[in-house]
Write a protein of this length. Sequence first.
Length: 577
Amino acid sequence: MQSSLTLSLSQSATASTIPKSNYTLNHALRFPPSKHINLRFCGLRREALLGSYSLSRSHSLQNKTLSKKINNAISASLSANGSAPKSFDYDLIIIGAGVGGHGAALHAVEKGLKTAIIEGDVVGGTCVNRGCVPSKALLAVSGRMRELQSDHHMKALGLQIAAAGYDRQGVADHANNLAMKIRNNLTNSMKALGVDILTGFGSILGPQTVRYGKLDDSPGNTVTAKDIIVATGSVPFVPKGIEVDGKTVITSDHALKLESVPDWIAIVGSGYIGLEFSDVYTALGSEVTFIEALDQLMPGFDPEIGKLAQRVQINPRKIDYHTGVFATKITPAENGKPVTIELIDAKTKEPKDTLEVDAALIATGRAPFTKGLGLDNVQVALKNGFVPVDERMQVLNFEGNPVPHLYCIGDSNGKMMLAHAASAQGISVVEQITGRDHVLNHLSIPAACFTHPEISMVGLTEPQAREKAEKEGFEVSVTKTSFKANTKALAENEGEGIAKLIYRPDNGEILGVHIFGLHAADLIHEASNAIALGTRIQDIKFAVHAHPTLSEVLDELFKSAKVKAHVPGPVSEPVAV
Ligand SMILES: Cc1cc2nc3c(=O)[nH]c(=O)nc-3n(C[C@H](O)[C@H](O)[C@H](O)COP(=O)(O)OP(=O)(O)OC[C@H]3O[C@@H](n4cnc5c(N)ncnc54)[C@H](O)[C@@H]3O)c2cc1C
Ligand SMILES: NC(=O)c1ccc[n+]([C@@H]2O[C@H](COP(=O)([O-])OP(=O)(O)OC[C@H]3O[C@@H](n4cnc5c(N)ncnc54)[C@H](O)[C@@H]3O)[C@@H](O)[C@H]2O)c1
């Protein structure tokens, strides 16, 4: 469990840095008027654990203007009584064409719904343009660089490499080209299926009614739909006191462009973004200093996996760290002076240290992008910036009741800030509106950190499982297997790694699986599918795995569990082939 900690942070990057004439949605997305930290660590909402982070800050003039313009436009086109329309332009309108919106749109078309998607910036959202896709392109490069630079590894395989080098612009182009390619794929897939892509900023005007258009006082266009999904995503969260200049003090939005590879970079936050970028930067030659508010690095991981990751991915690399500290003030480099970072003790708030580095990457979480959505027109109040939803992603009003025909999926509801979670929530909503009740089990959704080696997980960490067991009165067992005994891993000279299973010995229920090792991100799906389908260990342990494959690490893991329950026979009768 995380230690209890109250943060009082507020957004410092303001729209005042942007010339007013250039104020597009893209800017609004990156510099929203007010932000609230989402201290979830890949799936597990930490708001409750970490206390209150209500982050208010005085709005910049530009941001006030932005909100006013949106509100004026909304009022201008709001129907006189705000009542629901009698007939509809579409069966479904989705606001936001990120991966969540895209997943929902494709499934809606498959289900025969007339569908439109409204996008204010570029199709693909964070994941495709500023997240998963370009970051994985950079990590593909860092993985190869790391391998080629390891004499020990190369010698073990009998390979001789003269020197490994890279062309920074070439690496940056690889990331950018991949994002462009996937963006085109997404756009074309929607067009080919007949999804109407409407360009503009979308807001809710009233029940089943949406306005989209420019961010100005013009009335824009009004469209109606039987059902509406909000899928407006998130933007980097930058704590108060940190000045982002986009060159020497950056967020992931800037880092993904790889405009420079600093000699020494401080990374504030050792979550997913921090870890993945530490892998990229150290492979490309930078030294990294982590600054982490909590008492340990990688606080969201299962502690045992975190310790192993630290031994393999932090200690032997050019990485040092400060834990239990906040970066309260960060000033960009200027006039030959380095970036300065003032640290305070996270608990006592006493000044701790001042660092001088070449650059700083702010990786302190993401804030929902929900401003100007007009949700108050349907009696909905945001909660710390997030759209409140129930387990079916139905948006809840002031009184906690679902607003009919209105749903919110993905980062903007804060349930689980992952691309595939956004998409799965969208599919779940479409199932419901087409007549099949569906509740997504978020504990079956896997997560992966694409470092080298990779880290993946599904379900509960060991401390979370033990806490649940104590509350509900059941026993927890843990078993582990090592990559060191796996033929395929050893053939690749990649024997460093473990898989860990947390389960109920009384009935064989899988509570959590954590993997650290080669291709962990791919391996986790056997476990996540088992959780999603309710498969018990006593059944999955009879599944056959090809030899020699990394999947045998999981085969052994399930076989090593000691389940007390009677082992049932095969579910179906054997079929002669
Ligand atoms: C560096 C980085 C790496 C990541 N890597 C991974 C990874 O490997 N795997 C993973 O699962 N997740 C990853 N994530 C998280 C993932 O990107 C997000 O969880 C995912 O993009 C959320 O999808 P979404 O559809 O909810 O929102 P978004 O992708 O943010 O899309 C929202 C869309 O809505 C549009 N929009 C917003 N407001 C409006 C409006 N009012 N009107 C019209 N359009 C609007 C935006 O322009 C945007 O296109 C990463 C994130 C980052 C930052
Ligand atoms: N591979 C992936 O799936 C992937 C990759 C990147 C990002 N993401 C998603 O993007 C989201 C954002 O990632 P992230 O790494 O920015 O957030 P995170 O929530 O994963 O980690 C943020 C870290 O910053 C620390 N922190 C917060 N404020 C701080 C401060 N002022 N000083 C020092 N430390 C501070 C937190 O304790 C935490 O460890 C996550 O929800 C994650 O799910 C996923």
